[in-house]
Design a protein around this ligand. Structure first.
Ligand code: GLN
Length: 241
């Protein structure tokens, strides 16, 4: 069995250690003797829609989102949509999350159109949401930290990834954090997110592997350190929200 990860715009959308999510996904697969190939999908190249099992789309500054948004308005956006329609999964953080949605409206300038594959829309607010983030989900606590001005609102085809326990989450109003729609996941959890949230990493790996390998049951890993990291991050966040 093998896994193909397309890392979207790692040169432009790679702040706050988000590349650690690709490392975590790759390592959790390799610990299960699954071969992994990671390819950068970025500006100046033509995306192959048939190759990826999973996209990772990290966070970035507004200027990076401008450039990426423009690139996604062309054939590369069509290729990502085609791959997702064909069963590829996607994990997105912050700016990448915003661009999987319909649009991101920055504080200054024109709206940045998104891919429209995730039923969310985002508009920048005056106050940045910066700090520890904890959300309750059916599979466990999501922990990380957030740094965004965007307020993201879910449409009817998306469901929240979790309910905010500490921090602001999607918009600081409806107490939701992140979004899930089919095999697509968006979150505001930087950190990077997946090393401290192994339950989410394995969910994404399962979805990604199913595209070419059918139903997959991942063997359990000895996640003692990951669970301790999750518990400690949650305890620190609760003590110092
Ligand atoms: N520029 C976007 C915002 O501030 C995304 C920032 C990020 O990816 N951390 O909401």
């Amino acid at each position: 069995m093998d896994l193909r990860i397309a890392h979207l715009y790692p040169d432009l959308m790679g702040i706050y250690g988000d590349r650690g999510n690709v490392i975590a996904l790759s390592q959790r697969a390799r610990w299960r003797d699954i071969a992994v190939e990671v390819r950068a999908y970025t500006t100046g190249m033509t995306f192959d829609p048939d190759w990826p099992d999973l996209f990772f789309f990290g966070g970035g500054q507004d200027i990076g989102q401008d450039v990426v948004g423009a690139d996604l308005q062309g054939p590369n956006g069509d290729a990502v949509r085609k791959a997702i329609a064909g069963g590829a999964a996607a994990f997105s953080v912050c700016g990448g999350y915003q661009l999987l949605g319909t649009e991101y409206l920055p504080e200054v300038g024109d709206p940045i159109p998104g891919l429209g594959v995730l039923d969310v829309h985002t508009k920048a607010g005056k106050q940045r949401f910066v700090g520890n983030l904890v959300a309750e989900t059916p599979e466990g606590l999501l922990v990380g930290f957030e740094n965004h001005s965007g307020r993201t609102y879910l449409g009817p085809r998306a469901v929240p990834l979790g309910a905010v326990v500490v921090g602001h989450g999607n918009n600081g109003e409806d107490h939701t954090e992140g979004a899930v729609q089919g095999k697509l996941v968006g979150t505001y959890s930087h950190g990077s997110c997946l090393p401290k949230n192994p339950w989410l990493a394995d969910k994404l790996l399962t979805w990604a592997l199913e595209r070419r390998h059918g139903t997959v049951r991942l063997s359990p890993l000895e996640d003692r350190e990951e669970r301790l990291a999750n518990e400690q991050a949650a305890a620190v966040a609760r003590a110092r929200p």
